[in-house]
Design a protein around this ligand. Structure first.
Ligand code: HEM
Length: 497
């Protein structure tokens, strides 16, 4: 090698390169080639061409896409603060005037809010009287009873499971004052949130291409109006919960727990400009983020159980064995303590979450500083998508990743293999990973155990079902709508046929 080539190669090794990636059109960038409902699939295709870390242009934004378990960990865990920002999207800014836990940018105020919400949820989980679990199980029993009373045996589980997830999220936030459909204020809160979810999708174009706002004025104003209504309703409910609670209820629900940790940290909150009002409004995030995911995952589980009747039978044998009952299908509701005792059921939930990649991408993130990964420079303020789907189906991690096989999560002696569980970022990586993980796991477990103990799930003859793992994605992945038969395992004759 001559001296010039030697010096050039030395300099190349030191100077970070630009990220690889495809060219795009002016104004639109690569948008015309991206799938609308399953953008992670387009990213998976680009990964095979450009590697685990690439860049594309989406509208006005340079977007960095992170793929594969190894690269996701490297970026989001090793460089966690650099990848912890959130972009100033129009649809993010309206929640809590831009101060929401899920959508606020990474700054000292967010860090304090995140710490205190984590502390409040942790205390609730640790509190010994299990009031939330009781309320959640009550909501589940009510939903199952409603299903058994329906005249038709063919059911689209979307509506009852979505309503149940909202009800459980309200239980978490408002405790015994939550009972959604018996309390008009909680019902108004949920209805407004559902409107917000529905209005958000068409406005996501404004996030990516802010110039399109000239055509979207009315829709944007209506969206902001709904977000303000939501905040007002929440303020009313929070006030009601606080004034009607006693000191005994302090860890009963998120509103009360947040008030306690807020009072204990008043000075530190002042220092970063976090008000008690804003801290309490974090329940907006708990309801929004919690209900979306918990509404979808059990629906996927039912769908997989229709496809895999032998696995369903095995789950039901395990449930009947542990939760008891003289007749099959009878017995008690599960509790958090049963999680360890029902490893096969748990492995089924984990494998459904992995195979369907129930949250396939991170909520959009933004880099908070320049960062060099693999000798490539990623500039501060780049928009970032973490492609978690690529980790769920990463052939470097999983043997036959496309096969549905719950046993992959079990040790040889039939326990949950925690090392395998950690291979899959079901709750994300890094500083913006899910703050509700423990509740998410518990809620899903309570719903799935109750439904599969009570109901035999089967296909309606001739009825087509969605393809496994092929859903539509907003934040979490939803299966397309489908109807199934839920046979009551206790009063079989009334619902058979
Ligand atoms: C099975 C259920 C759930 C799953 C699979 C799930 C998964 C996730 C994932 C993957 C993220 C994104 C992390 C990222 O951006 O990289 C997230 C964020 C979040 N989740 Fe969950 N989640 C679940 C349940 C819940 C529940 C019950 C709550 C309520 C406490 C919750 C609250 C949140 C919040 C507030 C965020 C935003 C965190 C932030 O921006 O720092 N999630 N979740």
């Amino acid at each position: 090698m001559n001296i010039i080539n030697y010096l050039k190669s030395e300099t190349d090794a030191q100077v970070p390169h630009a990220l690889p990636g495809p060219w795009g059109l002016p104004v639109l960038g690569y948008l015309p080639w991206l799938s609308q409902d399953r953008v992670f699939e387009s990213f998976n295709d680009l990964r095979s061409q450009y590697g685990d870390l690439f860049q594309i242009k989406m509208g006005s934004w340079p977007v960095v896409v992170i793929n594969g378990k190894k690269m996701l960990k490297e970026c989001l865990e090793v460089h966690s603060a650099a990848f912890a920002g959130r972009p100033e999207f129009f649809t993010f800014q309206g929640y809590c005037e831009g101060s929401s836990l899920a959508f606020r940018d990474y700054d000292p105020c967010w860090r304090m809010q995140h710490k205190l919400v984590g502390q409040a949820l942790g205390e609730m989980m640790r509190s010994t009287d299990n009031k939330i679990e009781g309320l959640m199980n009550h909501a589940i029993s009510k939903t199952m009873h409603g299903i058994t009373q329906r005249p038709s045996k063919a059911i689209d589980p979307q509506e009852p499971l979505r309503a149940l997830a909202f009800e459980m999220a309200c239980a978490m936030c408002f405790g015994k004052q939550s009972t959604t459909y018996e309390d008009s204020l909680s019902k108004q809160i949920i209805d407004t949130l559902v409107d917000i979810f529905n209005m958000r999708k068409p406005l996501q174009g404004v996030d990516i291409m802010p110039w399109t706002k000239v055509f979207m004025g009315k829709k944007m104003a209506a969206f902001r109006g709904k977000q303000n209504d939501f905040e007002q309703l929440m303020a009313k409910k929070i006030h009601k919960v606080i004034t009607e609670s006693t000191s005994e209820d302090r860890w009963e629900c998120a509103v009360n727990a947040l008030k306690v940790v807020g009072e204990e940290n008043a000075e530190a909150m002042d220092d970063v400009g976090l008000s008690m009002y804003r801290l309490l409004q974090s329940v907006q995030d708990i309801i929004g983020a919690g209900a979306d995911t918990v509404g979808n995952l059990p629906r996927w589980v039912l769908l997989y159980m229709v496809h895999f009747p032998a696995i369903q039978r095995k789950v039901q044998e395990e449930l009947d064995g542990i939760l008891g009952g003289e007749k099959r299908g009878q017995g008690r509701m599960a509790t958090a303590e049963d999680m360890q005792k029902l490893p096969f059921t748990q492995s089924v939930i984990l494998e459904v979450a992995r195979h369907a990649a129930v949250v396939p991408m991170s909520i959009p993130r933004k880099t908070t500083e320049d960062v060099v990964i693999n000798n490539c420079l990623i500039k501060k303020d780049s928009l970032v998508f973490a492609n978690y789907h690529s980790a769920a189906h990463d052939a470097n991690v999983w043997v036959d990743p496309e096969t549905f096989r719950p046993e992959r999560f079990l040790t040889e002696s039939g326990e949950i293999d925690t090392a395998v569980v950690q291979q899959w970022p079901m709750f994300g990586y890094g500083k913006r990973r899910c703050i509700g993980e423990k509740f998410g796991r518990l809620e899903t477990f309570l719903i799935v155990t109750a439904f599969l103990r009570r109901f035999q799930v089967r296909q309606i003859p001739g009825e087509e079902l969605p393809v496994l793992g092929e859903g539509f994605c907003d934040i979490s992945m939803e299966p397309g709508s489908f109807k199934i038969i839920l046979d009551d395992r206790i009063n079989r004759s009334s619902r058979a046929g």
